[in-house]
Design a protein around this ligand. Structure first.
Ligand SMILES: C[S@@+](CC[C@H](N)C(=O)[O-])C[C@H]1O[C@@H](n2cnc3c(N)ncnc32)[C@H](O)[C@@H]1O
Length: 249
């Protein structure tokens, strides 16, 4: 293990014990979460310097996507990231089975459920409980993806992960924790994805990014990097998309 990797792991371990703490999109949306207080700002976003301190302008005068989500009945603006990815790679079709990891509060699950209806099904998993029904053809299950047994989940055509750790203000530790969540999702996809299936996963760009991309290349025919328009410019999150799960991998 390199010196850099060791110090990042230590930073992550000090802050979150054995695994990255769950990021709460509820507090991202409301800004009122206690356990998810983010010294570095929203998940994946560096702390902004004020313009007077010479930093970039990071204010968001028009949160177009936030307003749109509210109008269209989605609980989070992140739905438009999935919508753009879906449009660009033709991900979701009627009849598909979809696994959505880090599904709370339910925007991605709701969107996917509409796209695969009426026969298709979506299973959403999150460490946070979702008591509200999201869609008639979707089930929301509370579980930690680090302890879930993939063989109990079923078989899927698409695996999605929008999981994010609670950021702790150390960019390197946040990136590493995001990488751990991403890799846990890849492991689940390896077991549950049908041949030809697809994967979409969020990751904070950092030192482990190439490792993450390499592991997708082993599993999929095609790998793409997508930074959707709805992903804030100042955020260092990107989405790695794997298309055509290899039958032999
Ligand atoms: C950005 S939110 C997802 C938003 C969701 N895609 C939507 O559109 O409504 C990230 C989610 O990852 C979940 N998460 C983080 N760590 C997790 C873990 N270990 N197991 C399951 N979920 C986790 C958080 O609880 C949080 O709800």
């Amino acid at each position: 293990m390199s010196g850099r990797r060791r110090s990042v792991v230590r930073a992550a371990a000090t802050s979150s014990k054995s695994r990255p703490a769950a990021g709460s999109s509820r507090s991202v949306a409301s800004g009122t979460g206690k356990s998810n207080a983010k010294p570095g700002g929203k998940a994946g976003e560096p702390k902004a310097k004020t313009p007077s301190a010479g930093g970039p302008r990071t204010s968001r005068p028009n949160d177009h996507f936030g307003a749109k989500a509210k109008k269209e009945g989605y609980p989070a603006r992140s739905v438009y990231k999935l919508e753009e990815i879906d449009r660009r790679v033709r991900l979701l079709r009627p009849g598909m089975r979809v696994l959505d990891l880090g599904a709370f509060p339910g925007s991605w699950t709701m969107y996917a459920a509409k796209k695969v209806a009426p026969q298709g099904r979506v299973l959403g998993i999150d460490i946070q409980e979702n008591r509200d029904g999201v869609a008639p053809n979707a089930e929301m299950r509370q579980a930690d993806i680090f302890t879930v047994e993939p063989t109990t989940l079923g078989r899927f055509d698409v695996v999605l992960t929008d999981m994010a750790p609670s950021t702790i203000g150390s960019r390197a530790a946040d990136q590493y924790n995001s990488y751990l969540l991403f890799m846990a999702a890849v492991k689940i996809a390896e077991v549950t994805l049908a041949p030809g299936g697809s994967f979409v996963g969020k990751i904070f760009q950092g030192g482990e990014f190439e490792d993450a991309r390499r592991s997708l290349r082993e599993l999929f025919e095609t790998v793409r990097i997508i930074k959707p328009e709805a992903s804030r410019q100042e955020s260092y999150e990107v989405f790695l998309v794997g298309l055509g799960r290899k039958a032999s991998a």
